[in-house]
Structure formats: C-alpha cells, structure tokens
Design a protein around this ligand. Structure first.
Ligand code: FAD
Length: 359
C-alpha cells in the first residue's frame, strides 16, 4: 500500500484495490462501532477527497456523473465509510463555494485528508421543522455572530476540526458558517447508538454562546440559506446512489448463493435487473438526462435496498441473523434510507406502500 497513486477516474483499476481494502474491514467495523479512521486514511491515500474539489484547491474536480460512479463503487464496499464521506464532502463543497476567506487555510488540509470536516444542517432542512423555535439561534455582534443551541445530527462531529452549520437570527434570516470545533462553547455529545451505521459516530453538537468571527461565514444572513445554492449537490442523487450500492452488495451475495440453490435463481435475477435499470437511470440523471425524476429514483432505490437486503437475509437464514454476517447488516443499513434526508413525498409513498394502499 506504500506507493498509491491518486485515482484519476471511476474507471481506474486501482479503485478495485481500494474497494477490496474497504470491504475487508466492513463487518468488523460494524460489530465494533469504532470510527473508521483507517478507512478514511485509505480514502486520502487514494486521492478520493480530490474528486469533489476544484483544481485551485488541489482537487481533481470530477464531473457529477463520475462522482456518482465513484460513490456507487465505494458504497458497495463499505456503506458506513461512504456515508461519512458524503457528509465530509458536503462540508468541503460548502466551504469551497462559500465566501469565507478562511477557505485558503481549510481546503488544502481537507483535500489531502489531514483534516476532517462535517455538516450539521438538518435542523434547517429535514429535522425539527415542526417545532416553533429554531434548534440553533444566531445573534449578530460587532465582528461576527454568537451561536446558541444545538445541531441534532452531526456525523463524526467528535472527530471534526470544522463543522459547517447553519443558524437562525431573530428576524428569521439564516447564516451558514464553518465553525472550528476548538472554539470555546462547542461540544459534541457522545455518539448515538444507532440501528445501523453506528461507526458513523453521529450525535448532537452543542453551541453554548459560541462567538464565530465574520471571516468564518460562508453565506448569509439571508432567508432560507439552504436554498442559496452553496455547496450544491448533484441533484440530491447521493442518497439514491448509496442505497443502490447497498442493494447491489446484497444482490451479489444472493446471486452467488443462487449458483448452488435453484430456488434463488429467479429472485436474484429479477432483483439484479431491477437494480441495473435503476443504476442506468441514476447515471442518466447524473449526466443531465431526465430518464425519471430524482424522487422516483429515490423511491425505487429505497425499495431495492430494503427488498434486496431482506432477500439476502432470507437466503442466509438463521446464520444471516447472527451479528457479524453481512446479510443482517444490510437489512439494518437499508432502514437508514427510510430516514436519511428522505423527501416527504418519498416517505409518503413508502408509507402508502407499506399500508397496502397501492399507487
Ligand atoms: C445516522 C444518521 C446520520 C445523520 N447525519 C447527519 C449529518 O451528518 N448532518 C446532518 O445535517 N444531518 C444528518 N442526519 C439527519 C437526517 O438527514 C434527517 O434530518 C433526520 O433523519 C430527520 O429525523 P428527525 O428525527 O430529526 O426528524 P424530526 O422531524 O425532528 O422528527 C423527530 C420526532 O418528532 C416528531 N414529529 C415529526 N414530525 C412531526 C409533526 N409534523 N408533528 C408532530 N410531531 C412530529 C416525531 O415523533 C419524530 O419522531 C443524520 C441522520 C441519521 C439517522
């Protein structure tokens, strides 16, 4: 592993080596719940952090479609590491797109993997939206903003040097800032014990009257800062990509079992066909061609992750239900897609389907 060259495209054969290294560690990682420090170092060695950042910061600026192809391969190998990578990338892209002069300090260390950053923005998008009071409030001061409150879900907050988060002012406008975690008043709760992906070390991060100087500001104050396009993603396709990566891992297992068990052949083939059609649609969307809507794809990707993982468990029988077997892990991980940044229409459609209400 000494002389690894950075991957130059998703067709680079060395991506197979990286995926093999990641896959070899996945089950033990899931059982221990430990932070995947070694896997994240591997991503750095193989230049994965370069994919997502502009050349001026040492990145390779891969196209949206190539990033999606890369994510798909990585998520088949290790969903937990790839999920952490999406949150890290979300932070890096917002820092790169934002107005902060501090980006010249932050990005060179992020692109190499020397530093870890993450995002805590769900309280502005999909979490606690039914509550009257913002989870994280900001007050403008002479040279910046004071943040008070918490961000409920932050992946790897304990391990981050920087957290990209948003806060709401009394007049309803919002800011987005890159907050150094060593500022007085920033603290991460111990990670939550989760149904799956516990090694993502996700938990709340608290901000106790934290003074954030103006030069850490990425955007705002404006109405609905998350709609400002800062750190814009590839049409919200990441979550579907990771769900399809998980589905493919489970289908591969089922197909291998089907080689020796006739009764598995037809279900394995049907799931494989369904998954490959969804992957084609994903790559079309990532390449700017509208083969279906991103929400339709998300619904199908969620459904495939759930169906394929449960098919794998059915084939694996009791042995698959023992901790450490991948089939049980896939089932738990598939549930994540029901809650991770799930658009309300997709959640509604899933509920109707579960209730047998049809189309
Ligand atoms: C493992 C994991 C990792 C994550 N990592 C990150 C991350 O790194 N960064 C990030 O920004 N986000 C992250 N998220 C957040 C995620 O994207 C969603 O925002 C989150 O799953 C929303 O769930 P919630 O429980 O906060 O939703 P909420 O909407 O706050 O629901 C919480 C509870 O409130 C009640 N409730 C909900 N809606 C209503 C209503 N309309 N009326 C009355 N009661 C209601 C329900 O009882 C519900 O259980 C992560 C989530 C998970 C699970």
């Amino acid at each position: 592993m000494a002389n690894v060259q950075p991957l130059r495209s998703p067709d680079d054969p060395a991506l197979d080596d990286l995926c093999r290294e990641l896959a070899a560690r996945t089950d033990a990682q899931d059982v221990s719940g430990a932070w995947p420090a070694e896997q994240l170092q591997l991503l750095g060695k193989f230049g994965v952090y370069e994919w997502f950042l502009p050349r001026e910061w040492g990145g390779q600026e891969w196209s949206g479609a190539d990033c999606i192809r890369g994510y798909l391969r990585l998520s088949e190998a290790c969903l937990a590491t790839t999920f952490i990578l999406t949150q890290r990338t979300g932070a890096c892209q917002r820092i790169a797109d934002g107005d902060s002069p501090r980006k010249s300090e932050l990005l060179p260390r992020l692109v190499t993997g020397e530093s870890f950053a993450t995002v805590g923005i769900s309280h502005l998008t999909t979490s606690r939206r039914h509550l009257a009071r913002p989870a994280l409030e900001a007050e403008e001061t002479a040279n910046g903003f004071t943040l008070h409150g918490f961000s409920p879900w932050v992946t790897g907050g304990l391990h981050a040097e920087t957290i990209v988060t948003g806060a709401t002012l009394a007049d309803g406008r919002q800011i987005l800032a890159a907050v150094p975690t060593d500022l007085p008043g920033v603290s991460s709760d111990p990670p939550q014990e989760l149904v799956g992906l516990s090694s993502s070390h996700t938990g709340a991060v608290r901000f106790d009257k934290v003074l954030v100087e103006r030069d850490w500001l990425l955007a705002g104050p404006i109405e609905n800062v998350m709609a400002s396009g800062i750190g814009g993603n590839t049409g919200g396709l990441q979550t579907s990509t990771l769900a399809l990566g998980l589905a493919r891992s489970a289908i591969r297992y089922l197909s291998i079992e089907a080689e020796k068990r006739d009764e598995l052949r037809e279900p394995a083939q049907a799931l494989a066909r369904d998954a490959e059609t969804a992957v084609e649609d994903l790559l079309s969307l990532a390449g700017g061609r509208e083969s279906c809507t991103p929400q339709d794809l998300r619904y199908r990707a969620n459904s495939l992750a759930l169906r394929a993982s449960q098919a794998a468990l059915t084939a694996a029988k009791g042995a698959g239900y023992v901790a450490g077997h991948p089939a049980g892990r896939w089932c738990r991980e598939a549930l994540f897609f029901l809650v991770w940044s799930c658009p309300q229409p997709v959640a509604n459609a899933a509920l109707c389907n579960l209730a047998g209400l049809g189309d």
